[in-house]
Write a protein that binds this ligand. Sequence first.
Ligand code: GTP
Ligand code: MG
Length: 216
Amino acid sequence: MSMIFTLASEPEDEARETGRLLFAGPVDFVKGVTSMAALPPADRIEVCFAGRSNVGKSSLINALTGRKTLARASNTPGRTQEINYFALGEARYLVDLPGYGYAEAPVAIVARWQALLKQYLAGRPTLRRAFVLIDARHGVKAVDQEILTLLDRSAVTFQIVLTKVDKINRTERAAVIEQVKGALAKHPAAYPQIVVTSSEKGEGIETLRAIIATLE
Ligand SMILES: Nc1nc2c(ncn2[C@@H]2O[C@H](COP(=O)(O)OP(=O)(O)OP(=O)(O)O)[C@@H](O)[C@H]2O)c(=O)[nH]1
Ligand SMILES: [Mg+2]
């Protein structure tokens, strides 16, 4: 069976409004955790943002919540070193994950983060969807494939979010979308719609808000 991958369409008015309202409400940093034992109680739907170091995870959380400095974004790869929990009222947790594939960090530290990342992705019962961010300039790489395979095995639905599309032109955009579609073909846990975003310009942000707000 082959899956048909498409771009996420613009949300219907009602979903857009549901998304707007959710993200206009209170957003609070809950805690940063470095072990599974320290995760908050699994009492609500949560979504996480995974991706290579520097792909734009923290920036996307800031764009979604309209708070410029909620999640720490930085030019220094490997900035987010904990699993950071943000609460959207009592409705949702947004989870900012440490980046993977960052070669410069000390090996022992990398091994510790990666172990935690994998435990989290495979073992969180309320994780409803993992957004896996892919830099639109680079497409899906081998390290991304490793994470996608882990999500397949854990039966966690994941959705690809292309980031930083403001940095590429139309031709490059079409090419990277084709590359992503090809890379997803062998992943049963892939959600069939790709979201194209720019945290800088706001593209795709309302769409992603609506997706998160309407998850059941
Ligand atoms: N032009 C542009 N730059 C972006 C966008 N999103 C993020 N960036 C930049 O990319 C760099 C990394 O962004 P972060 O949000 O810190 O990336 P991260 O994935 O959280 O990184 P780690 O926490 O280190 O894994 C920063 O310099 C951001 O300003 C975007 O949509 N457009
Ligand atoms: Mg970060």
